[in-house]
Design a protein around this ligand. Structure first.
Ligand code: SAH
Ligand code: SF4
Length: 395
């Protein structure tokens, strides 16, 4: 299916705020780090625990950004905080709303880089697709982000800041009183935006810990899914240190094909990946590992592939998520036909695997899985290419 034209009337751009700041951003600090930072900047040690709790609540429970509004703190203490610290989240540069309600935000982070964040409203819930890196070091051949070089890892502040930014836009900071999960617009998080989250483990972990904290945004660990291309040595830690659900970009049933589609396979092949997943401490029938499988016409979509997949999954509490390939300009693949995808799904289902076909969302605004690639970085790369062609590249 060809994506329809973008609905440009729904693109909102926001003026650039140049606010270089030497203040310390409190967003993204773990509770311990926040306490330590307060102490280092003059909060008496005896008070630090209490102040940490108070400031934490203002930031993550009430969404307050201005110290002046933190009214349970003494006035001069608030003034001191404002002098040294800030509560800063990534700045929204533009927002597009798809015909299906999906929202794609382009946010700017320090250094002038931009990353994309996608909000997907669903019946009774809503999922935020969060980025973990600007670009990606990996080069999966079907992924648009993979054509963009890694620029840098996002900080914990920038990762949790994406969630806070979305809550701002959805107007979802709760009134006083416990937030009710069922009514939440932003009820789930998937680490499926730009980047490989397990190559930025500590920052992703700290950000998710903040999101899960009982005195703040309060999302349960089972409402967070981290997707990895298969960074085997970090898989175990994901269960131990984050405890969220795991998804794996599997996409092929032979090493030969997976080497091309997901080149990290050359480092950790299918066998090594499956061994690590078999040992994933959190994998149980109620917390299955999701195997993401992008359906590429004539590449990985035969009945034989489906049967091989069934064999490979043996012994792993798994579900398969079939993703119709989301095409992007210049992509070297085509999406499998709906009939092919259904036939593939049937084989999996007959073998007892739940295998929903993911409905592409936000295609008209290029917000679907694997289509994220920020315009600035895109421009940067093409300028390099132009320079290379003209023989102007730095020696
Ligand atoms: N780097 C991580 C998470 C980001 S990608 C990972 O690779 O798992 C999120 C999911 O979208 C992955 O399963 C990825 O393989 C898939 N994906 C990438 N490009 C895609 C495309 N063009 N169409 C459909 N899915 C795609
Ligand atoms: Fe990176 Fe994931 Fe895209 Fe592969 S699929 S290039 S790991 S973002």
């Amino acid at each position: 299916m060809e994506p329809s034209a973008p609905i440009t009337q729904d693109v909102m751009t926001f003026p650039r705020k140049e606010t270089p700041s030497d203040k310390i951003n409190l967003v993204g600090l773990t509770r311990d780090a926040l306490r330590q930072t307060l102490i280092e900047n003059g909060t008496p040690e005896k008070q630090a625990k209490m102040r940490t709790g108070q400031i934490w609540q203002w930031i993550y429970q009430w969404g307050v950004r201005d110290f002046a509004e933190m009214t349970n703190l003494a006035k001069d203490y608030r003034a001191m905080l404002a002098e040294k610290f800030e509560v800063r989240v990534p700045e929204v540069v533009s927002k597009q709303v798809s015909e299906d309600g999906t929202r794609k935000y382009l946010v700017r982070i320090d250094g002038g880089h931009e990353v994309e964040v996608v909000y997907i409203p669903e019946e009774g819930r809503g999922t935020l697709c969060v980025s973990s890196q600007v670009g990606c070091t990996l080069t999966c051949s079907f992924c648009h982000t993979g054509t963009q070089k890694l620029v840098r890892n996002l900080t914990a502040a920038e990762i949790v800041g994406q969630v806070m930014m979305a809550r701002d836009d959805l107007n979802e900071w709760p009134e006083r009183g416990a937030p009710k999960d069922e009514t939440r617009l932003l009820s789930n998080i998937v680490l499926m935006g730009m980047g490989e989250p397990l190559y930025n483990f500590e920052n992703v972990r700290d950000a998710m810990k903040i999101v899960m904290d009982a005195e703040g945004i309060q999302l349960g660990r089972r409402r967070i899914t981290l997707s990895t291309s298969g960074v085997v040595p970090e898989i175990h830690r994901t269960a131990e240190e984050i405890g969220c659900l795991l998804a794996v970009s599997f996409h092929a049933t032979t090493d030969e094909t997976r080497d091309v589609l997901v080149p990290i396979n050359k480092k950790w092949n299918i066998e090594k990946l499956l061994d690590a997943l078999r040992e994933y401490p959190k994998a149980t029938n109620s917390e299955r590992i999701t195997f993401e499988y992008v359906m590429l016409k004539d590449v990985n979509d035969t009945d034989e592939d489906a049967r091989r997949l069934v064999k490979l999954l043996d012994g792993i509490p798994a579900k398969v998520n079939l993703i119709p390939f989301n095409e992007w300009p210049g992509a070297p693949y085509k999406r499998s036909s709906n009939n092919r995808i259904r036939a593939f799904a049937t084989i999996l289902m007959q073998a007892g695997y739940a295998s929903p076909i993911r409905t592409p969302r936000g295609e008209d605004i290029m917000a679907a899985c694997g289509q994220l690639k920020s315009a600035t970085e895109r421009a940067r790369k093409s300028r390099r290419q132009i320079e290379a062609e003209a023989g102007l590249q730095a020696q």
